[in-house]
Design a protein around this ligand. Structure first.
Ligand code: AP5
Length: 222
């Protein structure tokens, strides 16, 4: 019988592993991955008007103004593929206003996952992070080193991954977390993100499996 596609939100401090888990979730469930960080970085590197505006906020670890980000996300959520395949929202909502915009449109997830990682681990994860601009894959110099010399040679660092900037991103996260969580109280699952990534994924996977099994489209009649 038919099942509704999954709708998932994933939240957590900077470098808590959202992007890493999203790679694995997308591979298994085929959801449309909507990462506001990735969308904004694409705007910055294309040199668009939005990108130019967003850059100064991102570089100082502050939130990009709500209107810019909310419009981007709602446009992406409205596309056919997101409706058909389901979606995975990564890094949104990140403020009370953003959460309210979704509530007004009656856009709610099936589940709201929070990756929980101690502060002292987060700094090291950011400073050691490297990205492959060709595949978009996320690496870490110690934890997940690149598979070959060729990949290693093309890896890049994010300009907001210095210790100082990570600290202000973390502060921004903490300032906003409670009010966002209170919008989704009944949907929250907290996951210990300070474990090997496959162990974390196993827990997320069984949660999503359970929800998907229950997502039966109601039958007409009876
Ligand atoms: P965004 O890109 O969303 O950054 P973030 O929330 O700080 O999260 P990160 O991307 O840094 O980390 P992650 O949790 O994805 O971790 P990852 O998997 O890479 O936002 C950037 C900026 O954009 C914001 O500061 C803001 O200015 C702006 N912005 C974005 N959304 C916005 C919004 N809604 N409103 C306004 N402004 C917005 O992992 C990190 C590292 O750890 C990697 O090296 C990885 O290999 C390693 N790692 C991952 N998992 C593990 C594990 N289990 N064990 C060991 N190492 C691990």
């Amino acid at each position: 019988s038919a099942r509704e596609p999954l709708k998932v939100m994933i939240s957590g401090a900077p470098a808590s592993g959202k992007g890493t888990q999203c790679e694995m979730i997308v591979e298994k469930y085929g959801l449309v991955h909507i990462s506001t960080g990735d969308l904004l970085r694409a705007e910055v590197s294309s040199g668009s008007e939005i990108g130019t505006k967003a850059k100064e906020y991102m570089d100082s670890g502050r939130l990009v103004p709500d209107e810019i980000v909310t419009e981007m996300v709602i446009a992406r959520l409205s596309r056919q593929d997101a409706k058909e395949k389901g979606w995975l929202l990564d890094g949104f909502p990140r403020s009370a206003a953003q959460a309210q915009s979704l509530e007004r449109l009656k856009i709610r997830p099936d589940t709201f996952i929070i990756l929980d990682v101690p502060d002292e681990i987060l700094i090291d994860r950011c400073v050691g992070r490297r990205l492959d601009p060709l595949t978009g894959k996320i690496y870490h110099l110690k934890n997940f080193p690149p598979e070959s010399e060729e990949i290693s040679a093309r890896l890049i660092t994010r300009s907001d991954d210095t210790e100082e900037k990570v600290k202000s991103r973390l502060e921004t996260y903490k300032k906003n977390a409670q009010v966002i969580f209170s919008t989704y109280t009944d949907l929250i699952t907290k996951v210990d993100g300070n474990r090997p990534k496959d162990v974390i994924f196993e827990e997320i996977n069984s949660l999503l499996q359970r929800i998907y099994e229950g997502n039966l489209v109601p039958m007409k009649g009876i």
